[in-house]
Design a protein around this ligand. Structure first.
Ligand code: PMP
Length: 363
């Protein structure tokens, strides 16, 4: 089956193999007589599914033993409240505002603690990143929050900041929703990382939290039990009913990632995909990407047509060619191609060919 290429920012394209496997197992998982949706989360069948998912993900992301891996609900936006409830102790926290998502995170955290901005690149239209050496960190913040890949603005940290080297002992909190599993993570620099699953890991409804064990004792008394990391960790992510079907599908994605050669292999493919697309944009006189080349995202590529009156024709022509969901986020307009792990190089090649043909017709 020749499916169109799907450039959605999330929920996003899934590996086709995973969809086919899930379809084949829909009515009867491994001879159990049950579909996964119908299983008790406390039964041995789902226990095996959840356990394998955790082991595979820990291996893929090379998560050290002193971090807990939690499968939660609520998505990235809920984490904007759940993180300060668990880590802030109601004290001051530092935020690096590098785009729409870190800005939202800072606004939400301010309901629970004092928020200070260590840097803010809004004046650049969120097209740059500030060198961490120039961040205005406070004296002993409870934690420092960054969004390591800004999905809307297309800005990505090429490495995580080393807070210790900056003289800051606070844990680094990373929203890695939109590039988790696309590149390795340097866990020695991380206190906590969280991400919604619906871009690179699986279906919406599952939220991944990876948290250093020594940070589990800080929750405020008002923190809801189902969102208290310590409670969730002590119950192996089964304090409440976890998003069982989403965990199952994510587990299939993890096995698919392993078959692809793991995260290093995915990173190499993602670099090749991103280079191809940025080159095509930079060489054209119709399209433009406004992000500083030093921090362009490998996952989310926003671009604009210099003649915006062509936007509708561009999108309609793309759809005809089987290139779906290229419209940019409503807050910034233009176009955006999200090229997550599941979007193959052939998809980017097809997009690049379309960019060229459309420009030849309209440029
Ligand atoms: N953070 C980032 C980086 C995101 O891309 C998104 C969703 N696009 C969110 C947070 C919010 O996630 P959710 O919609 O799952 O709450």
């Amino acid at each position: 089956m020749n499916r169109p290429y799907n450039f959605s920012a999330g929920p996003a394209a899934m590996p086709e193999e995973v969809l086919a496997e899930a379809a084949a197992e829909m009515l009867d998982w491994h001879g159990s007589g049950m579909g996964v949706m119908e299983m008790s989360h406390r039964g041995k069948e789902f226990g095996q599914i959840a356990q394998e998912a955790e082991v595979d993900l820990r291996e893929l992301l090379a998560v050290p033993a002193h971090f807990k891996l939690l499968f939660m609900q609520g998505g990235g936006l809920a984490e904007n409240a759940i993180v300060p409830l668990n880590l802030s102790r109601g004290e001051a926290v530092d935020f690096v505002v590098s785009g729409s998502w870190s800005q939202k995170s800072a606004q939400e955290a301010a309901r629970y603690c004092t928020v200070r901005e260590a840097a803010n690149t809004q004046a650049s239209g969120f097209t740059t990143l500030v060198d961490p050496a120039s961040w205005q960190l406070s004296n002993k913040p409870a934690y420092v929050h960054i969004c390591s890949n800004e999905t809307i603005n297309g800005v990505e940290y090429q490495s995580l900041p080393d807070l210790k080297a900056l003289g800051c002992e606070a844990p680094l909190v990373v929203d890695f929703s939109s590039h988790v599993a696309s590149r390795p993570v340097d866990w020695s620099r991380v206190g906590l990382a969280f991400g919604g699953a619906q871009k690179n890991l699986g279906p919406a409804g599952l939220t991944l939290v990876v948290v250093r064990e020594d940070l589990l004792d800080r929750a405020l008394p008002i923190c809801p039990s189902a969102f208290c990391y310590k409670t969730v960790a002590e119950n192996n992510s089964m304090f409440n009913t976890p998003p069982t079907y989403a965990i199952y599908i994510a587990g299939l994605v993890f096995k698919w990632l392993k078959r692809q050669g793991g995260i290093a292999a995915m990173e190499a493919r993602n670099i090749a995909k991103a280079e191809l697309l940025y080159q095509a944009i930079d060489r054209s006189s119709l399209y433009t990407n406004r992000v500083d080349p030093s921090c362009r995202s490998r996952m989310n590529v926003p671009f604009y047509l210099r003649d915006e009156s062509l936007n509708e024709a561009f999108l309609a022509g793309a759809k005809e060619r089987g290139l779906l969901q290229l419209k940019g986020h409503k807050s910034v307009g233009g176009m955006r191609a999200s090229i997550y792990n599941a979007l193959p190089l052939e998809g980017v090649q097809a997009l690049v060919a379309y960019l060229r043909d459309f420009e030849a017709q309209h440029g």
